[in-house]
Design a protein around this ligand. Sequence first.
Ligand code: NAP
Length: 280
Amino acid sequence: MTKRACVIGYPVAHSRSPLIHGYWLREHEIDGEYVRREVKPEDIDQFLQNFSKQNLAGCNVTLPHKEAAARNVGAATPVVRALGVANTLWLQDGILHGDNTDVAGFLAHLDDTAPGWDKKAAHAVVLGAGGAARSIVYALHERGVKKLSIVNRSRERAEQLVNEIKIESNIASFEQVGSLISSADLLVNTTSLGMKGQPPLEIELNSLKPGAAVCDIVYVPLETDLLRKARARGHAAIDGLGMLLHQAVPGFERWFGVKPKVTKALRDLIVADLMKDAAR
Ligand SMILES: NC(=O)c1ccc[n+]([C@@H]2O[C@H](COP(=O)([O-])OP(=O)(O)OC[C@H]3O[C@@H](n4cnc5c(N)ncnc54)[C@H](OP(=O)(O)O)[C@@H]3O)[C@@H](O)[C@H]2O)c1
């Protein structure tokens, strides 16, 4: 019987998940299907509460339904309980389970592109305090980064993040970035600044110490100004696409029973699609 999964969101047309999972389904010759499914905010609770009637093995969850997903699962992983957001759901023995794979996806990508990064990352500076920043701060803390600095336009939002996920961090403003990064081993942009259609991220990297790595989770464009500047100064520059690809792995394995690999061929496929987007 064909196994089915989908991505739910509102809107959902922009999601690249069907391209990623479709590639793996073909690669592994699995009798499966992965589609987009638009679910309106007013319908999300009912959709999730009746999940077992949808003929789905599970789904990915994108904006704005990640909190609703965490609220409606019958079993949640520790990371979902800590962050209050879920992006990957699956049915197991009739119970809807939820995980947040952005955490593992971010770490897997760093491990892949900058092996050993965690051995030298004593201080990480995270720009942003939105939804994605939660996963990144949690991931860095889980991996043992001792000092975390969160830089956000709205201090209140950064304080809320720290209070909710209960991780000790230093909260700072964009004016302080120059001095903060002089002691940072890792700089991560989790704001939407620098993304196509958004204002630029205007920070200077002059004070960043040699050997520090720079990561931008924005992936449209793939090579952001931040990464370009970092590369020009000789820093390891880590783009946002790998996180997107790696976060998809656990869901595919749950729904279709095979652990897929993030390969260059998959990456090339998605890069080609991103290029189309960047040119529009
Ligand atoms: N690579 C991946 O797999 C992946 C996964 C998730 C997200 N992302 C990307 O990460 C980015 C953020 O997503 P999100 O879900 O965290 O969004 P979000 O919850 O809306 O958070 C947006 C963040 O950007 C900041 N920001 C927005 N406009 C700003 C401005 N003009 N000046 C200063 N700060 C500004 C916000 O600061 P305030 O709090 O002050 O508003 C906040 O920290 C997006 O580009 C998204 O595509 C990538």
